[in-house]
Design a binder for this molecule. Structure first.
Ligand code: SAM
Ligand code: SF4
Ligand code: SF4
Length: 377
């Protein structure tokens, strides 16, 4: 019988020492003068899909050591931390995972987060990224709880291709139903994210665009990234966004649009009318060129893992254990705010800009990069 070593969570993701609290005044800027604006909160490290680029079956099998329930931040803990983050500048919160709709009673968390206000009394931009498998069932309760919009991940329209991508034989029709349900509930503008893997689903680029063009859904193509250490990433499987746009332009005229917000990751392209003007009724597509065009320069995103570690970059190996402040140190909100400020002020992460100078993580280094399913996309 072969013996399997199940790594302890703390060995898998060692945490960094917490810095002393900074005095809080103006909202913090990091070492590259980037503000803290966007917080992604992972609410579970589990998922019902096994997308090969994220949770390959061979690694995330029945023996995989997921976090025990006691390790997860409770809804009260998440809300409390989120509120402090909002006091320190965060204006947008995205719930993610794993598959966030698998977290039991997620609607209760949404209700709590929807109740948060900025110091000048404004609600937050509150959204969620899902694989869509449970969306048809949950769209109504998510809307009722106060969710504003959803982003759905969908890697193809062809059922065979889609089943192969999710690797659990999940039918595409059910995700499309979920998108329709979310639309009917007003959970928009809905974004659909497609990760493009050359040779696997790049034939789906044009059919996906044809399907969503003129529907109000914003389709975005994401370059396959070398995130984590388990997906066996290879550069030759990345289809550069420039080629995605070229393929779309063989079908429809497109022109670049302005960025909608600072720190926005997608480059936007609008469908043109017969006069060569952007036609809002036909809508737009986006490309997220995480590999071929680094956008670290204005990256304003922080990530809170399922167990309460704060990560400053998608490609980080280590995070800061904020849960400790809540559970062991019984810190006040002011103390937590000071620690968040100090952590953010020390941030210099810009992995994508440095990628070409760094070796890929193959899982053999003593400290491994965190997985996307743990940290949230
Ligand atoms: N399960 C949810 C979903 O799939 O939407 C939320 C979590 S998932 C980790 C968030 C996003 O990360 C998804 O849009 C997924 O396609 C994307 N993603 C995961 N691994 C990726 C990779 N290696 N390269 C690019 N995008 C990736
Ligand atoms: Fe699950 Fe989302 Fe990762 Fe796919 S991308 S395995 S749906 S967490
Ligand atoms: Fe932000 Fe890190 Fe991505 Fe650069 S590589 S854009 S710093 S998350």
């Amino acid at each position: 019988m072969s013996e399997r070593v199940i790594p302890l969570v703390d060995q898998r993701h060692p945490s960094l020492p917490l810095p002393a609290a900074a005095a809080t005044g103006e909202h913090p800027l990091d070492r590259l003068q980037r503000p803290l604006h966007d917080l992604r909160i992972s609410v579970t490290d589990r998922c019902n899909f096994r997308c090969n680029y994220c949770m390959p079956k061979e690694v995330f099998d029945k023996d995989y050591a997921y976090l025990p329930h006691s390790a997860l931040l409770s809804f009260e803990e998440i809300t409390r931390l989120a509120n402090v983050f909002v006091q320190r500048g965060v204006r947008k919160i995205r719930l993610t995972g794993g598959e966030p709709l698998l977290r039991k009673n997620i609607e209760i968390l949404i209700e709590k987060l929807a109740g948060l206000r900025t110091p000048d009394g404004q609600p937050l931009d509150l959204t969620l990224t899902t694989n869509g498998s449970l969306l048809a069932r949950k769209a109504q309760s998510l809307k009722d709880a106060g969710l504003q919009r959803v982003t759905v991940s969908l890697d193809g329209l062809d059922d065979t291709v889609f089943r192969r991508m999710n690797d659990v034989d999940f039918p595409v029709a059910e995700v499309l139903e979920g998108i329709e349900a979310a639309k009917a509930m007003g959970l928009g503008p809905i974004k659909v994210n497609m990760v493009v893997k050359r040779g696997t689903n790049d034939n789906e680029i044009v059919p996906m665009a044809r399907h969503f063009r003129g529907t109000g859904v914003v389709l975005r193509f994401i370059e396959y990234m070398d995130v984590g250490a388990t997906n066996g990433w290879r550069m030759d499987e990345v289809l550069p966004s420039a080629q995605v746009i070229e393929r779309l332009q063989t079908e429809w005229p497109l022109a670049p649009l302005q960025h909608s917000a600072p720190g926005e990751t997608a480059e936007r392209w609008g469908y043109l009318d017969a006069q060569g003007q952007h036609d809002p009724a036909l809508g737009e597509v986006g490309v997220i060129s995480s590999v071929t065009q680094a956008f670290c320069g204005d990256c304003n995103r922080a990530r809170l893992s399922t167990e309460g570690r704060l990560y400053l970059c998608l490609f980080a190996s280590q995070g800061y254990d904020l849960r400790q402040l809540l559970r062991e140190k019984a810190a006040s909100d002011t103390e937590i705010a000071g620690v968040i400020d100090a952590i953010w002020q020390g941030r210099g992460d810009r992995y994508s800009q440095l990628r070409s100078a760094m070796p890929p993580d193959t899982g053999s280094a003593p400290v491994r990069r965190v997985e996307m399913s743990y940290i949230g996309g």
